[in-house]
Design a protein around this ligand. Structure first.
Ligand SMILES: Nc1ncnc2c1ncn2[C@@H]1O[C@H](COP(=O)(O)OP(=O)(O)OP(=O)(O)O)[C@@H](O)[C@H]1O
Length: 260
């Protein structure tokens, strides 16, 4: 007898987001497995970033249910969701102009722990030890994302675009997420950089972290993702293994003349 499949890490049921009269996401059912690299694809304006914004607390859903790791999370804010294990990067890189690479990564750790808890602990010796441990972790992550300690003291925004992406990924990872959400992490990159970031995503998953990825490059999507959800006009058009989904005539029609 086959073992029952484990419960998904994240489940969205009839998720709906309206902006005034516009339904950006409508009645979306989606499940992300615990060991998945899950692609969220669809033409421009299909609602992909809106889904990611809802899952990370930047937008409250109008309707629907969100269950993450067995608990209802619908309506929780950004910091609470970060603490529950959802961390993200942005379509347009968001790094603060005056911060070094190391400081930029540490921002992700501070988001994970509340400001109150931090100010309490930092006055004690154990807090200083915790801070030292976090700095050591930041250096480990700089290695993990392929940057290394030598960039730690550089101003983050002076790095190349591809390297800034890696800093963002390290910043998300320092929060020890269970699910890493990446909004077009390969945008603006050449083929070599794309392959490197795709490898990094595989390494992230090998650490036991599931990944939800918005991406437009179908070649990368096909080789990287093990499950796809396709949106069109906020509605789910297809869902399943990449080979099956990308061969679906409805998906091909949705992309015809509209893909980037
Ligand atoms: N804050 C907002 N207020 C009003 N409308 C919005 C808002 N955010 C998104 N929209 C609209 O919701 C729809 C879905 O947008 P969304 O950015 O989620 O699409 P997308 O699939 O991520 O597109 P792209 O591939 O271009 O990034 C679009 O019509 C967009 O204009």
């Amino acid at each position: 007898m086959r073992a029952p499949s484990p419960a998904p890490l994240l489940e969205a049921r009839t998720l709906t987001v309206r902006f005034g009269g516009l339904e950006a996401v409508g009645g979306l059912d989606m499940a992300i497995a615990r060991d998945a690299i899950h692609g969220l694809i669809g033409p421009n304006g299909a609602g992909k970033t809106t889904v990611l914004n809802v899952l990370t607390g930047f937008i409250r859903p109008t309707q629907g249910q969100l269950v993450f790791d067995g608990e209802e999370i619908g309506g929780l804010g950004v910091n609470r969701l970060a603490r529950r294990g959802l961390a993200r990067t942005f379509q347009n890189i968001r790094l603060f102009g005056a911060m070094t690479v190391l400081e930029s990564v540490l921002v992700g750790a501070h988001q994970r722990f509340s400001a109150n808890a931090l100010s309490l602990v930092f006055s004690s010796r154990s807090a200083r030890e915790a801070e030292r441990a976090m700095i050591a972790r930041a250096y480990e992550l700089l290695d993990f994302v392929g940057l290394g300690a030598e960039v730690a003291d550089r101003i983050a925004t002076t790095l190349s675009y591809g390297h800034q992406r890696r800093v963002e990924i390290a910043r998300a990872l320092i929060a020890s997420p269970k699910l890493l959400l990446l909004d077009e992490p390969l945008a603006g990159m050449n083929a070599v950089e794309k392959a490197e970031i795709a490898d990094l995503v595989r390494h992230v998953r090998a650490q036991g972290i599931a990944v939800l990825l918005i991406e437009h490059d179908m070649q990368v999507v096909r080789s990287l993702c093990d499950h796809l959800t396709v949106l069109e006009y906020g509605r789910k058009l297809a869902d399943g293994p990449p080979e099956e989904v990308l061969a679906d005539p409805a998906v091909q029609a949705a992309y015809l003349g509209r893909a980037r």
